[in-house]
Design a binder for this molecule. Structure first.
Ligand code: ADP
Ligand code: MG
Length: 710
């Protein structure tokens, strides 16, 4: 066989087929999740020691950073008076020597025993007239000879040194030498983006000659990772479009026109654009599958209702699914208000029309009532149903479900999305789906997380909103001044939220903390005003009661946990105090802050932290003070926290990206998507064995949740 090796084939060869891998090494590699030759080849170095950049000890300059390769000549470990350990080394390289010290890292004495050769990277100081590095970065390099030494991620448990891993990788590469490694990326794309050959890339990332070689190899392999994801998503999307048939809605008609006329304000440009994007989808026979991204308050509801009414107008039904009961109830109230008084043609009635029927279906709905709604959904008497997960439970059947809106807020419920879509249509037509999210996601990340959806963005807030002022508050006097502001606003007839510190992922502890804050405030600064308490451990009835009191203005201040994060909408609330703000993430703070600034009065959000130091050093909080633009904040979040923030529930997606970073490689995400789109459009997969192999290999054994079951 002289055909080049595919990744699939390399993935079918267990590592112990390599020379030098016995059962112990095999077990060690398994700890690193390296089980096959493909795993090994994609176990990439964490960094490199570039010997061409190394300084000889004789030339070390005090005050500068340097990389030194040296041998440990003497090790000393001792306890200092403050009970901390001090490990000090003498390191030399034949031209000279230096001291290296570590505080409170007793294990260094063992790691760097006499005779060990290691690379030390750090700043050179002078201590008692000797050159010294304090806590430098250390890489054990063994006696690897290359000019650029790859340093592999190691783990204590695996018991494998970086040079052992390097040796195994080199052995694997040698074994690929004869047949070569297959390169499925179309030559045109490779040339367009200057991508080097895949086999060459594997060689250079593990055994580089120069650092520029490493960068070129990295780029190529990053592209591969992103391309596989995009190709998979776009193929799925195409399959779906090919094999499902949807309704060709008539987008303009009486009901929709009536609705547009009934809106008491002008639509924003973004709303208009989004509505026409959706309408274009709806009039096609391929089912819509679209994501509507829009910051809190951008006016998504209106866009969603517009789409629902298109379906209703054509004699179909609409469903809106929300993540929580509170939110479902709010949506129901909101939608009812928007379509209240509107009628739909019905030849069975005397007048030839009947009112549009909107129903709420949650688990709180009583059995008899629920049975009635179920029956009327099946008969088509209910036009729009709004609910929670109850909507996708067994027994809910529609007469003709035409439009599904899923409000994900900031949860990514892929599963649920697909289930509602499948839920009982009597004909074989697939309903159109609009997914709404209030969590802005940077474009490139959206392409990866929601890559199977078309995306509409509401990036414009309705006019007339006064932007929320955000202030960082730390220290006794500023905190006192802040409470005075709260009291002043209450005096003026406004209302305020106080969000309690997030203790941990425990409703019980959060509730306790909220109760404590409540006690503290009501017996102190807020003793003269009406304060309510809201947390997740309260019964729904109590929660509703408190919310109703706050909405009606009976309560001036609402002390709450993050339960108010979504859906609470009280235009008269103009102040939000967030205690221990540094414990929250950017997205969550932004979401919380969105609870105020909903009316015409100027609003303020106070981010309270324990001390000024926290305030000064917190880039997240600074970003929140600087901007209220959710997309900008999402970029900052990605910058600061990395991909984890996005993938969250989709960990598997992350594992597919070993080298690529949605942040650093954002340009490559777009390029990979472009190439993948071209491959899909031109049906290159049908013509290329290697592309098909790559795709199949990537798709098998992967978490279904990532390969979106749409
Ligand atoms: P989102 O769901 O995106 O957070 P909503 O749809 O709840 O936002 O809208 C927030 C508020 O803005 C609502 O009170 C809504 O009536 C109002 N609104 C929506 N669109 C406009 C507009 N074009 N002009 C003025 N107000 C609007
Ligand atoms: Mg909303």
């Amino acid at each position: 066989m002289s055909q080049p090796l595919s990744l699939a084939e390399l993935d079918s060869i267990p590592v112990d087929r390599l020379r030098g891998v016995g059962s112990k090494t095999k077990a060690g590699l398994a700890v690193l999740e390296v089980k096959t030759v493909a795993d090994l080849l994609t176990y990439y170095p964490r960094r490199y020691v570039d010997r061409t950049n190394q300084t000889s000890l004789a030339d070390l300059m005090v005050g500068e950073e340097a990389l030194v390769l040296g041998t440990v000549e003497r090790v000393e470990s001792r306890r200092m008076r403050n009970r901390r350990t001090l490990v000090s080394l003498r390191v030399s390289d034949g031209t000279g020597s230096m001291n290296v010290t570590f505080f409170n890292q007793p294990w260094r004495a063992k790691q760097l025993c006499e005779g060990t050769t290691a690379a030390f990277f750090g700043k050179v100081d002078l201590y008692r007239n000797r050159r010294q590095m304090t806590s430098p970065v250390v890489d054990l390099v063994g006696n690897q000879t290359g000019r650029i030494v790859p340093i592999y991620p190691q783990s204590e448990k695996a018991g494998l040194m970086t040079w052992e891993i390097a040796g195994l990788v080199e052995e694997a590469l040698r074994r690929c030498e004869q047949r070569g490694i297959e390169d499925p990326i179309p030559t045109g794309a490779r040339r367009q983006y200057g991508l080097i050959d895949r086999h060459v890339a594997f060689g250079s990332i593990h055994v580089p000659e120069t650092m520029p070689d490493v960068y070129r190899a990295r780029t190529r392999l990053v592209f591969d990772e992103l391309f596989r994801v995009q190709l998979t998503l776009l193929e799925r999307k195409r399959e779906l479009e090919l094999h499902t048939r949807g309704i060709e809605h008539v987008v303009d008609g009486q009901l929709v026109e009536l609705f547009e006329q009934s809106i008491p304000f002008d639509l924003t440009g973004a709303q208009r654009r989004t509505i026409s994007e959706i309408s274009a989808d709806l009039s096609q026979s391929a089912p819509m599958h679209r994501l509507l991204q829009g910051d809190v308050g951008a006016g998504k509801t209106l866009v969603a209702v517009h789409a629902l009414l298109v379906a209703v107008q054509g004699g179909h039904q609409g469903a809106l699914m929300a993540p929580t009961e509170v939110l479902a109830e709010q949506h129901a109230a909101g939608v009812s208000a928007l379509v209240g008084g509107m009628s739909i043609a019905d030849s069975a009635t005397l007048m030839g029309e009947r009112p549009v029927r909107v129903e709420l279906l949650t688990n709180k709905v009583k059995v008899a009532e629920r049975r009635r709604i179920d029956t009327q959904l099946a008969s088509g008497e209910v036009d729009v149903v709004i609910g929670t997960h109850a909507l996708i439970q067994d027994g809910v059947e529609f007469d003709s479900l035409g439009m599904v809106v899923v409000d994900e807020q900031h949860r990514f419920g892929v599963e649920q999305r697909s289930k509602l879509r499948d839920s009982g249509r009597r004909d074989a037509l697939t309903p159109d789906v609009l997914v709404m999210t209030a969590t802005p996601i940077p474009r490139t990340a959206a392409m990866t997380v929601y890559g199977d959806l078309d995306v509409s963005i509401l990036d414009e807030l309705p006019p007339g909103r006064t932007p929320i002022e955000t202030e960082l508050v730390a220290g006794e006097d500023p905190v006192a001044a802040m409470w005075q502001r709260v009291l002043d606003e209450v005096e003026d007839g406004r209302q305020a939220y106080v969000v309690c510190p997030l203790i941990e992922e425990s409703e019980k502890l959060d509730a306790a903390s909220a109760e404590q804050t409540f006690e503290h405030l009501t017996s102190g600064v807020l003793s003269g005003v009406n304060v309510g308490l809201l947390h997740g451990r309260m019964s729904s009835v109590d929660k509703e009661g408190v919310m109703a009191e706050f909405r009606s203005g009976v309560l001036d201040v609402l002390v709450a946990t993050t339960v108010i994060e979504v859906g609470v909408d009280v235009a008269n609330a103009t102040i939000m105090v967030i205690e221990s703000a540094d414990r929250f993430g950017i997205a969550q703070l932004h979401q919380l802050r969105g609870r105020v600034g909903r009316g015409s009065h100027a609003s303020t959000c106070f981010l309270v932290v324990d001390d000024e130091e926290t305030a000064d050093s917190n880039a997240r909080l600074e970003a929140l003070v600087r901007t209220t633009d959710g997309f900008e904040l999402a970029e900052v979040d990605l910058e600061l926290r990395g991909e984890g923030t996005i993938f969250n529930d989709r960990q598997s997606g992350r594992n597919d990206l070993k080298l690529a970073s949605l942040r650093r490689d954002r340009d490559w995400v777009a390029r990979a998507r472009e190439v993948a789109a071209q491959v899909v459009d031109e049906r290159q997969i049908d013509k290329s064995e290697s592309l098909r192999r790559e795709l199949e290999w990537f798709a098998t054994g992967r978490d279904d949740d990532f390969i979106l079951k749409s």
